[in-house]
Design a protein around this ligand. Structure first.
Ligand SMILES: Cc1cc2nc3c(=O)[nH]c(=O)nc-3n(C[C@H](O)[C@H](O)[C@H](O)COP(=O)(O)OP(=O)(O)OC[C@H]3O[C@@H](n4cnc5c(N)ncnc54)[C@H](O)[C@@H]3O)c2cc1C
Length: 402
């Protein structure tokens, strides 16, 4: 395994890190207090600057206008951009668009690519992914009520979804709905492209999450598909292949997420160490960093971040060299391990900041609230742990270990 960073990538990462520091972090106080929609003009300008520097859409193919980086390279990019909640959005590699781009590129028809993929990569439109349902367990999505029934040249979609992230202002949704109710559980549902102005697409509300309703890209919507009609040609990939395609979407996506979380860890770790070094806590002018318990936290966080980072890079290396199937266990391991490391590191950074940590004067309290979801979306911790443990235990059945 070789994690050497090429000279080209060192330059790219350096430029991105500088941009995040100089152009994005100064926008964060506004981001924390303003509606996201109100920030769009400024963010459009930042995106223009990124395009001019030829750093736009790092993970997307060159022929589509991206930088064409491979998974290992994009992992390093995701880490750097993760330092700010605005990073991925401004560089055109934000979820859920990144995953939708991947599957449109792989499974889309020429017409779908022209109509949806091209403007999506260019950042001219946004998209969302609508799978989780209000009444059924998202952790076991083969239990699905939403249906897409053929009617003449159309599909008619009926269902109630929620947590369709970024639906507000999106041009289209990729919707999972049951098309083949008699098929085996994993072959029942299909992915269908639904323009958000299609008749019957109803955005009921942006859900209030951790006290914040959000807007535009930074929001999570409840959507009611009421006999929502789209042409059959909007089917993405073969009928009944919804879950097969969803699996494709998740492997590399996990690497992107985990490296973004590592970026968050670096950011709050820096804030924690800086605060511990400057905060005077006794009349003899000793700082917090002189206290053994704080030193212990700092050392533990440094070790945890390093372990999480190497595990993620190793999983990315395995996906690239051996394929997603071979890397399944590693992908499940990093999903819960890195999410928990991030949560613990953010928590310690907040604790070190005391009352200041609870305010919105630093980014920490936003990250504390916003990133809690990492242990739930893309499969809750428990589901990944069970899957990994089952596979491990299988290898021991009938074995005599001395
Ligand atoms: C911020 C955020 C963004 C999201 N974005 C999207 C999106 O864009 N599109 C989309 O379709 N969905 C999205 N989701 C939904 C997400 O995928 C689901 O919330 C997730 O799959 C869990 O499903 P659920 O909420 O229905 O929880 P449930 O399935 O009801 O599970 C609840 C809890 O039960 C436990 N549990 C579940 N199964 C087991 C088990 N087998 N053994 C032991 N314990 C178990 C876990 O602790 C789990 O957290 C998002 C969610 C969040 C929080």
């Amino acid at each position: 395994m070789d994690f050497t960073i090429s000279e080209k990538m060192q330059a790219v990462i350096g430029m991105m890190a500088e941009f995040v520091e100089r152009e994005l972090i100064p926008l964060e106080p506004e981001f924390l207090t303003k509606d996201f929609k109100a920030m769009l003009p400024e963010l459009v300008e930042k995106r223009r600057m990124v395009k001019q520097m030829e750093l736009w859409a790092p993970n997307h193919p060159k022929e589509l206008g991206g930088m064409g980086l491979d998974l290992m390279e994009h992992a390093l990019v995701s880490e750097v951009l993760g330092r700010s909640p605005l990073g991925h959005y401004v560089f055109g590699c934000q979820a859920p668009d990144a995953g939708n781009i991947e599957i449109l590129h792989k499974f889309g028809t020429e017409k779908q690519k022209e109509q949806y993929l091209k403007p999506l990569v260019a950042g001219d439109i946004r998209s969302c992914f609508s799978m989780t349902e209000v009444e059924l367990p998202g952790s076991n999505p083969v239990m699905m009520d939403a249906t897409a029934v053929k009617d003449g040249p159309d599909y008619v979609i009926t269902g109630q979804k929620w947590y369709t992230s970024s639906a507000d202002g999106a041009a289209f949704a990729i919707v999972m709905a049951v098309t083949n109710p008699e098929a085996a559980p994993h072959l029942r549902a299909s992915m269908i492209i639904v323009p958000t102005d299609a008749p019957g697409f109803n955005l009921v509300r942006n859900i209030s999450v951790m006290g914040h309703t959000g807007s535009d890209y930074f929001s999570h919507a409840e959507i009611l598909y009421q006999s929502c009609r789209v042409p059959r040609e909007n089917l993405l990939g073969p009928e009944g292949f919804g879950f097969v395609i969803a699996q494709e979407r998740l492997g590399p996506g996990r690497i992107h997420h985990c490296m973004r979380w590592i970026g968050i860890c670096h950011r709050v770790f820096d804030l924690m160490c800086a605060r511990a070094s400057e905060r005077i806590i006794s009349p003899d002018r000793k700082t917090l960093s002189t206290r053994q318990i704080i030193q212990s936290w700092i050392a533990e966080c440094a070790a945890d971040i390093q372990a999480a980072r190497l595990m993620t890079l190793h999983a990315a290396w395995k996906i690239e060299n051996l394929g997603v199937k071979e890397a399944r266990e590693d992908i499940a391991l990093i999903k819960f391990f890195v999410a928990n490391v991030m949560q613990a590191v953010i928590d310690r950074a907040l604790q070190v900041h005391g009352g200041l940590g609870m305010t919105d004067d630093t980014i920490i309290s936003f990250l504390y609230r916003h990133e809690r979801a990492a242990r739930i979306y893309d499969g809750p911790d428990e589901v990944h742990k069970m899957a990994v443990a089952r596979r491990i235990i299988k290898g021991y059945v009938g074995r005599k270990i001395k």
